[in-house]
Design a protein around this ligand. Structure first.
Ligand SMILES: [Zn+2]
Length: 260
């Protein structure tokens, strides 16, 4: 099993590549690319939440507790929360993740259970997608993709470590196949994982739909405002004309005054 350090190095390297690719090839703003790279790096710690009390659990939970409220800033703004309420909500989320998540993981998970699985990676990505309500749909997909990539990097590293180069070719350890899996050996964790994937997927799809419609509407309003700025129309009812001609085709700017 690769240690904490190997996982951090692995997911950081992959995260750096992910961020650089988004910046160079995808034209992503540098700050968004850097956030994706960082989230990919720390998501490489998440699956080992189930390895019992220790550095990975403490560090991952503390980090997730601190980062989640910050990812949700745009969500708070969307809800129209005043600053004080944002701070309170951030503190409440911090406490819930810090203590609720560690309680859940310590009491209801076992090592190499469903936290080491592909559906768990999807759940991590879906939660990020719902928390990070950026007004740019592409940024949302990129940021939640970063968490999934980091998570999967961990699972792939676990599997690579399970194959050791022996004297007569590669040897497969007993743990092979327990990290990058779709289904675990137990019924209830499987059901819980897939139920979560479906519920969070439905929420994410609904939210993506609204987010993208809203983005299109905003763009429309931006264009309308732009048009207004360059072709100002009289807005007073008495001044309004029953014409849709652009201003530049009208003979004079104040012609409506003479027609009255
Ligand atoms: Zn692991």
């Amino acid at each position: 099993m690769p240690g904490f350090r190997a996982h951090i190095i692995g997911s950081s390297v992959v995260g750096a590549g992910y961020g650089a690719a988004a910046w160079y090839l995808g034209g992503m703003p540098p700050s968004t690319a850097a956030l994706g790279a960082g989230l990919c790096a720390v998501s490489g710690m998440l699956p080992d939440l189930d390895s019992g009390p220790g550095v990975p659990l403490r560090e991952s939970v503390a980090f997730a507790a601190a980062v989640t409220p910050m990812l949700m800033i745009s969500r708070f703004q969307e809800w129209g929360l005043p600053l004080e309420a944002m701070i309170l909500a951030g503190a409440a989320i911090y406490l819930a993740v810090r203590f609720g998540l560690s309680w859940l993981v310590e009491n209801h998970s076992k090592h190499r259970g469903m936290l080491h699985s592909v559906p768990a990676a999807a759940i991590a990505g879906q939660i990020t997608f719902l928390a990070f309500a950026s007004s740019e749909p592409l940024h949302r997909y990129y940021i939640s993709g970063a968490v999934v990539v980091g998570y999967l990097t961990h699972l792939v590293l676990d599997e690579i470590w399970a194959v050791r180069q022996g004297l007569f070719g590669p040897k497969v350890k007993k743990s092979f196949g327990t990290a990058l899996k779709f289904i675990g050996p137990e019924l209830w964790p499987n059901l819980a994982a897939y139920a979560l994937v479906i519920v969070l997927g439905a929420f994410s799809a609904g939210d993506a739909h609204w987010g993208e419609r809203f983005a299109a509407m905003r763009q429309h309003m931006h264009h309308a405002a732009h048009y207004q700025q360059y072709y100002p129309q009289p807005t007073h009812p008495a001044a309004a004309q029953p014409t849709y001609q652009p201003v530049y085709q009208q003979p004079q700017q104040q012609s409506w005054q003479f027609r009255r």
